[in-house]
Ligand binder design. Structure first.
Ligand code: C2E
Ligand code: CA
Ligand code: CA
Length: 556
């Protein structure tokens, strides 16, 4: 009989014999669940949320690797409450797993069973202690409810008043990060405290309760009302963003009205947040309702996520190539190409990466897609070399999340080797915004990639708020000027000051510049004059399928 008080463990390990060893050691003390690969582990976790006290995770798994799974767990607000112990025979990986969110590791071959038991016990104990400390009812700064308690009270409210129509509201302070930059953390904290007091004071007016979700985002659960204008005025009156009390704050709200009580509480507030996100950059709108359009978008995104695995299996993702031309000399010539992915969806048509890449980054799927694209691009490069006897380097996009993968260098080296290529043929585009957090980790990783022989291009340069001193530390081989600068420079006044500055930075770093989004001859001429080395954009070609790209390889 299963002991009701036994804690539940999940063992994720593809080798039968290893699973059996662990099971034998642990069966007396724990209730054991098993998974043979990453995907089925994820399914078990999703259907059993919060039931496991610990996950024992092997790193080398079929379907979804251990690291990918760890990544997904860490990114999931419900799953990251479960501690993970990594099982590995690779000393190198052990430490990296810890920085990835694992709590501990057990090395293979397995140590004495007493050691295994002790480690597992210790991790579970530590985690449970930490949960108790974390689960305080009120936020330390504002004294508003914290999320877990708030959700509990929401559930209670529903239970007590099942027929009452309710609204879920997300509230944010416009440009909070700018206020913080300008007046400092102390001032912005006091602003949050004042704002929280106001929120709490007006709650009785709408029969609501309030919680601080994160930094400057608050959520409210209240009796349904049709019109939020008055409430909006009430919460923002008499609170100022500056020290001299001159400029009042602007508050923005997203509202999911008449919530469907059959859906999870966190999904209700996610909907309110979606509505809020929609107007975050809008300077005029302050109130936004979760409507059918947003609901359709939510459904569409859910479908994309569900269909992802099949799409990879069925090769629905196709890689297009866009040429980069060198414009230094008299006649522009083909220098390299960028691989850009598209989704040829069987029923939805051609979907652009602008739609699915941010979604996949958020949902932990981007690594699998990038790996697929890198493989495709390498294979293509080899084919072109064989058919046209031309060496055209191809650059691939490397997502911020890929950079935290301890196996990244090896993965890329394997791809190069399998296709009989050289590392210097594969360029890696890393977006500048990836370089603004965890700088030391990123610098180490980029150094390792360069040491392995890959060329590094910093993408979207100028948009990522990285300081010059930091860019100076990041080893790189080219700067890509974001197309927004080209757009702005060639608007009415023809002001190319910012492009000049970026080209200056590049020459100071002794690397070439690549201008993106170049659409006409005039732009090419001016960029050439300013000393820009390479140009990519519709003027030369849109991204095209590989067969169309062949025309650039046969051109002289
Ligand atoms: P990006 O890396 O900055 O790529 C440049 C984008 O500008 C591409 O959009 C390209 O089609 C577009 N573009 C190029 N020339 C012009 C031009 O002259 N005018 C205009 N208006 N646009 C131009 P695309 O292909 O839609 O890709 C959007 C973004 O999606 C990319 O921005 C990149 O961040 C991401 N992405 C695409 N493929 C991948 C991938 O395989 N992996 C990852 N992680 N991200 C990818
Ligand atoms: Ca790029
Ligand atoms: Ca770019």
């Amino acid at each position: 009989m299963i002991n009701k008080n036994k804690r539940k463990l999940l063992i994720v390990e593809d080798e039968f014999i290893n699973r059996e060893i662990l099971k034998n050691i642990l069966l007396d003390d724990y209730e054991i669940c098993e998974a043979e690969d990453g995907e089925s582990a994820l399914e078990i976790l999703k259907s059993n949320k919060n039931n496991f006290s610990l996950i024992l995770l092997d790193l080398f798994l079929p379907k979804l690797s251990g690291l990918e799974l760890l990544n997904i767990i860490e990114g999931d607000g419900k799953l990251n409450n479960i501690p993970v112990i990594v099982l590995t025979s690779d000393k190198e990986l052990e430490v990296q797993c810890l920085s990835y969110g694992a709590s501990d590791f057990i090395s293979k071959p397995y140590p004495d069973s007493r050691i295994i038991k002790a480690r597992i016990n210790r991790v579970i104990e530590l985690f449970e202690d930490r949960q108790t400390i974390k689960s305080t009812e009120r936020d330390a700064l504002t004294r508003l409810y914290t999320r877990s308690y708030f959700y509990k009270y929401v559930a209670d409210a529903d239970k007590n008043n099942p027929n009452q129509e309710m609204d879920a509201i997300a509230i944010g302070i416009r440009s909070f990060h700018v206020i913080k930059e300008r007046f400092g953390a102390q001032f912005s904290d006091s602003l949050l405290v004042r704002f929280s007091k106001r929120l709490k004071a007006v709650m009785p007016n709408i029969s609501g309760m309030v919680c601080r979700l994160e930094v400057d985002t608050f959520i409210v659960y209240a009796k349904h009302i049709e019109n939020y204008e008055e409430f909006h005025q009430e919460i923002s009156a008499d609170i100022f963003v500056d020290i001299d009390n001159k400029t009042p704050i602007t508050v923005q709200m997203g509202i999911y009205q008449n919530v469907d009580k059959n859906i999870d509480i966190d999904v209700r507030f996610e909907r309110a947040e979606r509505a809020l996100d929609k107007i975050r950059n809008n300077v005029i709108k302050n109130i936004s309702i979760f409507d059918d359009k947003l609901k359709e978008k939510e459904m569409y995104e859910e479908e994309l996520i569900e269909e992802f695995s099949t799409a990879i299996k069925e090769h629905q993702f196709v890689v297009f190539y866009q040429p980069k031309f060198n414009i230094k000399g008299d006649k522009p010539f083909l220098a390299s190409a960028e691989a850009l992915v598209r989704w040829k969806h069987p029923t939805k048509g051609l979907i652009s990466p602008g739609i699915f890449i941010p979604l996949f980054e958020e949902k932990g799927l981007i690594q699998r897609l990038d790996l697929y694209v890198w493989n495709e691009a390498a294979l293509q490069m080899k084919k072109w070399q064989e058919k046209y006897h031309k060496h055209v380097p191809v650059s691939v996009n490397v997502s911020r999340i890929d950079l935290y993968d301890p196996n990244l260098v090896k993965t890329l080296l394997d791809i190069v080797k399998q296709n009989n290529l050289e590392t210097k043929d594969l360029y890696l585009e890393i977006t500048e915004s990836a370089c603004t957090e965890n700088v030391d980790i990123i610098i180490d990783k980029v150094n390792a990639l360069r040491e392995a022989g890959f060329m590094i291009e910093i993408d979207d340069f100028g948009t990522g708020y990285s300081s010059l001193s930091m860019i100076n530390k990041i080893p790189l081989d080219a700067l890509k000027i974001d197309m927004i600068f080209i757009r702005n420079a060639f608007r009415s006044q023809n002001d190319n000051q910012l492009i000049k500055i970026i080209i200056d930075i590049a020459s100071y770093l002794k690397v070439p510049t690549i201008a993106e989004g170049v659409e006409n001859k005039e732009q090419v001429e001016v960029l050439k004059e300013l000393g820009c080395d390479l140009v990519q954009g519709y003027y030369f070609s849109k991204p095209v399928p590989e067969d169309e790209f062949a025309r650039f390889l046969t051109q002289e």
